[in-house]
Design a protein around this ligand. Structure first.
Ligand code: COA
Length: 204
């Protein structure tokens, strides 16, 4: 297909999403409008994302820039008013609370002679969220990280390092407070570089 036609289609679905579908009600309220909003957002995202699984739920207000490199697995959801990078990789059965922020890049700041806004961006590999992850409300995830299979991230946490599979993490910086299935929090301790040998509960 001609590139100009592909671009025209993308631009159409981009406008459809950002000017219309994104503003329709959340999927679980004001029926039948909620279901209509959910359907419109899903239709647009199937055309915008590089890969979009079955039964993906994109909630009201979700922002993913162009979304051109996004991959979202079956039965996953992107939460209300989330702010996501355009190249996020999300596995299957992922749940996301409202107002989650996932950051895809940092400003460069090495030089003190040039304003930081003119130093460009440091690039990272895409943030990867594996299968069956629950991300609580207002979580922030920093660039380049991997959230392992089955992990839970508590509300309001700031995730600064990779999260191991089945870990329950919380706090700022987020650290392991337990493991699903009853594993001891001392199994790996903190996931924060700043507290290598401590757990959250050891921190004053
Ligand atoms: C992470 C979470 C699942 C943990 O639940 P839990 O296993 O029942 O944990 P507990 O309530 O027993 O708390 C265990 C410890 O972690 C701390 N903790 C729990 N959640 C925390 C959070 N979000 N931030 C910081 N600390 C947290 C508790 O204060 C407690 O500390 P203590 O042992 O020093 O007293 C839950 O607290 C949470 O944040 N859920 C997210 C809810 C949400 O965002 N829903 C949005 C809709 S999808």
């Amino acid at each position: 297909m001609k590139r100009s036609l592909i671009n025209a289609r993308r631009n159409f679905w981009y406008c459809f999403y950002y000017f219309f579908a994104r503003h329709l009600p959340v999927s679980y309220r004001y029926q039948p409008l909620g279901k209509f909003g959910k359907m419109c957002r899903a239709v647009a995202c199937r055309r915008l994302f590089r890969a979009c699984g079955q039964r993906v739920n994109v909630e009201r207000g979700a922002n993913f820039y162009t979304g051109w490199e996004m991959e979202v697995g079956d039965d996953s959801s992107l939460g209300i008013n989330c702010m996501l990078p355009f190249d996020l990789k999300v596995g299957k059965n992922v749940m996301m609370g409202p107002e989650v922020i996932i950051i895809g890049e940092n400003h460069r700041f090495a030089s003190i002679d040039v304003p930081m806004r003119l130093q460009g961006y440091q690039e990272y590999p895409p943030v990867r969220i594996e299968d069956d992850v629950w991300i609580g409300a207002r979580v922030t995830i920093l660039p380049g990280l991997k959230i392992g299979n089955g992990a839970i991230i508590g509300a309001g946490s700031v995730v600064t390092t990779d999260v191991p599979s089945y870990a329950i993490c919380a706090g700022n910086p987020a650290c392991v407070i337990g493991f699903r299935g009853g594993g001891s929090r001392n199994a790996v301790g903190s996931i924060s570089h700043k507290q290598p040998s401590e757990t959250c509960s050891d921190t004053p």
